[in-house]
Design a protein around this ligand. Structure first.
Ligand SMILES: [Fe+2]
Ligand SMILES: [Fe+2]
Length: 154
């Protein structure tokens, strides 16, 4: 296998990518996949806690998106490593109240944006960076939805 810099004609694209993807990038993507799993599980609990269908609906937007994001990160990781990776759903603590869950989700969404910007900066091609742009704008939208919910529930 070729481990040097550059791409001799005998080396396939995937093989070249898999040897050149930095460990730091792989680790950050795995962290992102774990966060997506954990957020989705938390939003499921919050939807069960919410009685108002309008509140449920707002949380459901984020719930659906986190499932999509997990798959997108999984696809990026596959392109970088040639391997399909699954991250188990972590144990998620039930928020003490819906309001507390909403409040901590605003912070969580904004922290995700910070992490995903770091990942975006390390990605090797436009197709992958476009996927990250989509995820980042979704997370920003979630932060806005949770901020709105916070003002409704407070
Ligand atoms: Fe997400
Ligand atoms: Fe989100």
């Amino acid at each position: 296998m070729y481990y040097g810099v550059g791409c001799p004609p005998c080396v396939g694209y995937r093989e070249q990518m898999s040897v050149s993807a930095p460990k730091k990038l792989i680790d950050l993507i795995l962290e992102a996949m774990k966060d997506e799993r954990s957020d989705r599980a938390k939003y499921k609990i919050m939807m069960d806690m919410a009685r108002d269908p309008k509140v449920k609906r707002q949380i459901n937007f984020a719930y659906e998106d986190e499932g999509k994001h997990y798959k997108m990160f999984q696809q990026i990781l596959f392109k970088l490593t040639g391997k399909m990776t699954e991250v188990p759903v972590p144990d998620v603590k039930r928020p003490v109240s819906l309001l507390e869950g909403v409040e901590s989700s605003i912070d969580g969404e904004l922290e995700a944006v910070e992490l995903y910007r770091d990942i975006l900066a390390m990605l090797p091609n436009k197709q992958m960076r476009d996927m990250l742009y989509e995820i980042i704008t979704d997370e920003q939208e979630h932060a806005v939805r949770f901020t709105y919910l916070y003002s409704v529930l407070k």
